[in-house]
Unconditional design. Structure first.
Length: 164
């Protein structure tokens, strides 16, 4: 089962792609279908190619980050804090990079800040997580779960702010 399509890159070189999609939305829809069918690793392959073909798409980077995060959660659900990931470090770093790329391309993308903060909190980086949750709330104050995370981690960090 070898699906390949050929494309010409902006620099004039031919590039062969595994998946037959021509738009970023086709990639995103195919990845969502794969993820919904519990084929998360296949969804990640689709999204990696989407990011390679459409590097300016904040949504492609974000969806890749979400899929990687879901895979990490599935593999590491038995751990409370993900400080020592060993075999999963590469996936975790790719996940962080995907969320950061989404934020770089779309600085008002609140869900990217939220998910990056969630990942960093799980990796034992609460101070950075708090900063990112704060930014996410500035962009979209209607996120009760982020407010809860922020309060819990501020308390853990010894940061008490007035409720006003």
């Amino acid at each position: 089962m070898s699906e390949h399509s050929e494309s010409i890159r902006p620099d004039g070189e031919n590039t062969t792609f595994r998946f037959p999609y021509s738009t970023v939305n086709e990639y995103l829809e195919a990845a969502e279908t794969a993820a919904d069918a519990s084929q998360l690793e296949h969804a990640i392959e689709i999204l990696r190619e989407a990011v390679a073909r459409f590097p300016d798409s904040a949504e492609a980077h974000y969806d890749l980050g979400v899929a990687l995060f879901m895979l990490l959660e599935a593999r590491l659900s038995h751990l409370e804090i993900w400080e020592n990931l060993a075999d999963e470090e590469e996936l975790a770093e790719e996940c962080v990079a995907a969320f950061e790329a989404a934020i770089e391309r779309k600085p008002d993308f609140a869900p990217a800040y939220t998910n990056l903060a969630n990942l960093l909190a799980l990796r034992g980086m609460p101070q950075r997580a708090v900063e990112l949750w704060q930014r996410s709330l500035e962009l979209d104050p209607n996120q009760p779960e982020v407010v809860e995370n922020l309060a819990r981690y501020r308390e853990e960090l010894g940061e008490y702010e007035s409720s006003e």
